[in-house]
Design a protein around this ligand. Structure first.
Ligand code: TMP
Length: 234
């Protein structure tokens, strides 16, 4: 039986902008697939059609965080933003993650509920206990078996993300992600992720994402292999 309360294995990747987690997620998926197990590669909030529509709503409407009284502009309050991410998550857990875990697959998910705690809780300052309650409703209590946290100084991460943006098709993604947030916001998010990791040492592996790529990849491989060795999937 696998470590979690499901027949499969659930691995999430978390981190701030420019931490390289999405590149690492793709590399991990490719490596595991080459070794045999069936892998479900997914991401939040884009893992379902509803999630993509929600993300598209942000992109199309470019919602502000405040507006002139009486204006028709689309705004998104901090709580509205949280519920949009939770709506995407509830659908994603029900339609994608749970079914794959029930089929005994390895689910590799780029961002999950810890992103909401870090960004909406620590970043925006929403009450952490209430954020946790919302996460728990959206996930139905599902927790990852392993969470890889790609930790990086936001100044370095944001520079990396901007550089990637200048290379073309990443432009839209980076500008969405970075948005208009201040460095302070990203520092709170980073501290939030580290605090969540300290509170959940059994599930988290913190990886220094400023290391050379090969060292980061090795840390990912070691952590994933450790989990597989403890499970009966291999
Ligand atoms: P990405 O950088 O992985 O594409 O993530 C998209 C953005 O959405 C990123 O800035 C983090 C943010 N986000 C939240 O604020 N809360 C969440 O719950 C999730 C899943 C993402």
């Amino acid at each position: 039986m696998a470590p979690g309360s499901h027949p499969g294995l659930f691995i999430t990747l978390e981190g701030g902008e420019g931490s390289g987690k999405s590149t690492q997620a793709r590399a991990l998926v490719a490596r595991l697939r080459a070794e045999g197990p069936t892998v479900c590669a997914t991401e939040e909030p884009m893992g379902t059609p509803l999630g993509r529509a929600i993300k598209g709503l942000f992109e199309r409407e470019a919602p502000s965080r405040s507006r002139e009284p009486g204006s028709d502009e689309v705004i998104v309050s901090d709580w509205a933003e949280l519920f949009l991410f939770e709506a995407a998550r509830a659908q994603h857990v029900r339609d994608v993650i749970r079914p794959a875990l029930e089929r005994k697959e390895i689910v590799i998910c780029d961002r999950f509920a810890d992103s909401t705690t870090a960004y909406q809780g620590y970043g925006r300052g929403l009450d952490l206990q209430e954020v946790e309650n919302c996460n728990s409703i959206a996930t139905g209590g599902l927790l990852p078996d392993l969470t890889l946290l790609f930790d990086i100084d936001p100044e370095i991460g944001l520079k990396r993300a901007v550089k990637a943006a200048q290379s073309g098709d990443a432009l839209r993604k980076a500008s969405d992600s970075i948005g208009e947030e201040t460095l302070d916001f990203h520092e709170r998010v980073r501290e939030g992720f580290l605090a969540i990791a300290r509170a959940n040492p059994d599930r988290f592996v913190v990886i220094d994402a400023a290391q050379p790529m090969a060292a980061v990849e090795k840390s990912v491989r070691d952590a994933a292999d450790g989990l597989l060795a403890r499970s009966t999937l291999r």
